[in-house]
Design a protein around this ligand. Structure first.
Ligand SMILES: O=P(O)(O)OC[C@H]1O[C@H](OP(=O)(O)OP(=O)(O)O)[C@H](O)[C@@H]1O
Ligand code: HPA
Ligand SMILES: [Mg+2]
Length: 179
């Protein structure tokens, strides 16, 4: 795994099993409805791709790109829209798909931004959440794994844009980010 990684936190097999579990719940919740899933670029690319394929019901997909981390390991708290949705979500059932909720600042901002566009419903599914890092309380309907307050990479998650393509979630050795 190279010296940059400290450990594997969640294996590919554990991720696959969890996404299948979440997909079944999402299928049940939105049965008979037209669901739009919104992936938050870039981190949620892997979750979006694998979760979408685990769903049985047809969905439409759109993407938003926001960034609040830049090259560091701390959220700046300032969220920028890099790419907005292609579609109007007024009256639609919308599910935001995230890779991780850390401070919660990104999602809190997204919920208020998308909420103001008057969707019929707005929910969140995230693969990972760090309960100890929360700076704002957020109502999240589906969470894959609650994890310790350590910087993680892989399965879409980056450190300075690297490690996104790892098929698992791992923790980074402190020497990599100067910890
Ligand atoms: O709960 P928070 O503390 O706000 O952190 C979570 C957000 O941070 C990451 O995105 P980032 O802004 O790094 O962009 P990226 O997805 O392109 O890596 C991650 O993908 C979440 O969207
Ligand atoms: O732990 C993390 N790793 C990578 N990106 C992140 N964005 C928020 N938290 C993290
Ligand atoms: Mg990032």
């Amino acid at each position: 795994m190279g010296t940059d990684l400290k450990s594997v936190l969640i294996t590919k097999e554990e991720i696959d099993a969890k996404l299948a579990e979440l997909a079944a719940k999402i299928d049940a919740e939105y049965a008979g409805k037209d669901l739009l899933i919104v992936g938050v670029l870039k981190g949620a690319v892997m979750v979006m791709a694998d979760l979408a394929r685990a769903l049985s019901n047809p969905v439409t997909m759109d993407w938003m790109a926001v960034s609040s981390y830049g090259a560091g390991t701390q959220s700046s708290g300032v969220v920028r829209i890099l790419k907005d949705l292609d579609t109007d979500i007024k009256g639609k059932d919308v599910l935001i798909v995230e890779d991780i909720i850390d401070s919660g600042l990104t999602l809190s901002w997204l919920l208020s931004n998308l909420g103001s566009r008057e969707p019929a419903s707005l929910n969140v599914v995230t693969l990972l959440r760090k309960p100890e890092a929360a700076k704002v309380a957020i109502d999240v309907k589906w969470v894959g794994f609650d994890i310790p307050n350590e910087f993680v990479v892989g399965y879409g998650l980056d450190f300075a844009e690297k490690y996104r393509n790892l098929p698992f979630v791992g923790t980074l050795a402190p020497h990599v980010y100067g910890g």
